[in-house]
Design a protein around this ligand. Structure first.
Ligand SMILES: [Zn+2]
Length: 473
């Protein structure tokens, strides 16, 4: 009992300390009945001079702006001009309908909603690491809003926007659309369907999204982020080449996993898909800078295959076939470049190098962690500890920083050494001897799994079928 009280006091102290460290700005955003316009009223923590919207074309949609502290208009053309003395309060109006025209693909006029990139309408100061914006929406009856920011439990239509790597431009939706928040492996996942008359998202696709997010917990028992949004974007024409032709993670004020889907495809083609698992796997790492993209892509490639095997969507054979084929393609791609050069440069045809050199490192590290600890330690455990200390992260990391942190989370360092040996070296991490020891042999084009191999048990611990509390129900 006593420890609980102490822990609670400690938590209170922690939250007081963090909120005191950064600025908190308060916004009220009012949406017009016909969705044509929005009005924002921003009350800043202290006077600010650097209010901007991230998109360069945002001022085209700015109708007017006022300093509500002094009741004076601010020039908006050709750009919003803030007086040198700064602003404590800003009121502004944005032509939402006009801004939505930039996203014609999803604004066909046949649904009662508008899809608008947030950098087109969100005028705000630059946020430091601990700063945040509390945004409260005033919505007409029958109108909902979707943003990637964290919803506040105790205030309706109110969200917390924090600083973030801004790795892309997040989408907002205003109007009528389908959204549900589901509990997935200790996380709240908001699954939002972008409306489409021609190819609407079905309940089956939403269910597949939830179960696919759930299988990420086969790494360390939890979804990597306590809150994330999944945006399901229907393809414009039916019968695309795959069920999920495209996906990406947008870390802009919060994390959105954007999945382009073709709801007209049969259920089996969704179960065969790996794109969603790849994108969800990205959330196990923070956003890494351009040079280190090979680490984020490589870890996602590695995990998409081993998690789909653990979930039973791939057989072990299929998972190792895909890992082997990918590693071979990575090794054969641009052998004269190092992973950092391949990821950071403008050279063409580096995709396989970027996508698989990090996967090779993840495999080398994972097997070594398991081997030297007789199975007590693993990459899953390291990433689980990393999640506890450092995710979701508001900033961009370098590859070296990440590997240093991983080493701090284990007894005997391993990751920095791997980084130093491979990140700036041409060629590709040597993986064939390791696959041999794991009992993954290549005969012709196919891999053959040998159960009498030295590390066959470790191979099975990586890819054998596992059951989560959910999947065994
Ligand atoms: Zn990726």
């Amino acid at each position: 009992m006593r420890t609980i009280i102490i822990k609670r006091l400690w938590l209170v102290a922690f939250f007081v300390a963090t909120s005191a460290a950064g600025a908190t700005h308060e916004y009220v955003v009012t949406v017009a009945e016909d969705l044509g316009e929005i009005q924002g009223v921003a009350r800043f923590d202290a006077a600010v001079t650097d209010v901007s919207a991230r998109s360069r074309s945002a001022s085209e949609f700015l109708i007017s702006a006022h300093d509500c502290g002094r009741d004076s208009a601010l020039p908006v053309a050709p750009r919003l001009t803030i007086p040198n003395s700064g602003l404590r309060c800003l009121a502004y109006r944005v032509d939402l309908e006009k801004a939505a025209r930039l996203n014609r693909r999803y604004n066909q006029g046949d649904t009662k909603s508008l899809i608008v990139r947030i950098p087109l309408w969100m005028w705000r100061p630059r946020l430091g690491g601990a700063d945040e914006v509390i945004v409260s929406f005033e919505l007409p009856d029958g109108v909902d809003v979707s943003v990637p920011w964290q919803p506040l439990a105790d205030r309706e239509n109110t969200f917390r926007l924090t600083s973030s790597p801004q790795s892309g431009s997040a989408i907002s939706i205003f109007g009528k659309f389908a959204a549900e928040t589901v509990r997935v492996a200790e996380a709240d996942l908001s699954i939002v369907s972008v409306p489409s008359r021609a190819n609407p998202i079905s309940a089956e696709v939403i269910d597949w999204t939830r179960t696919t997010a759930e299988l990420i917990a086969l790494a360390y028992g939890r979804f990597p982020n306590p809150y994330a949004r999944v945006l399901l974007l229907p393809v414009a024409t039916r019968r695309s080449e795959s069920a999920v032709p495209f996906g990406r993670v947008v870390r802009d004020g919060g994390n959105t996993i954007e999945l382009m889907v073709d709801p007209s495809r049969p259920r089996e083609s969704f179960l065969d898909d790996w794109t969603a698992t790849h994108e969800f796997s990205h959330l196990m790492l923070p956003y890494i800078d351009r040079d280190g993209r090979w680490i984020s892509e490589g870890f996602a490639q590695y995990y998409q295959n081993i998690l789909l095997a653990r979930a039973g969507r791939y057989t072990q054979q299929v998972a190792w076939q895909k890992l082997n084929n990918g590693l071979v393609r990575g090794r054969d791609s641009t052998p004269d470049l190092s992973p950092n050069e391949a990821a950071g440069g403008d050279e063409r045809n580096t995709r396989m190098k970027v996508y698989w050199s990090g996967a090779a490192l993840a495999l080398l590290a994972d097997v070594e962690l398991r081997r030297r600890s007789a199975g007590e330690e693993s990459l899953d455990h390291v990433l689980g500890r990393f999640q506890s200390c450092c995710l979701p992260s508001r900033r961009t990391w370098t590859g070296m920083e990440l590997f240093e942190k991983f080493d701090a989370l284990i007894d005997e360092p391993l990751f920095v050494d791997l980084y130093q040996r491979h990140a700036d070296a041409a060629g590709f991490p040597e993986f064939r001897p390791l696959l041999d020891r794991l009992g993954v042999f290549v005969a012709g084009r196919n891999v053959r799994l040998a159960d009498d191999a030295e590390l066959a048990e470790i191979r099975d611990s990586l890819t054998a079928r596992r059951y989560t509390a959910e999947s065994s129900k």
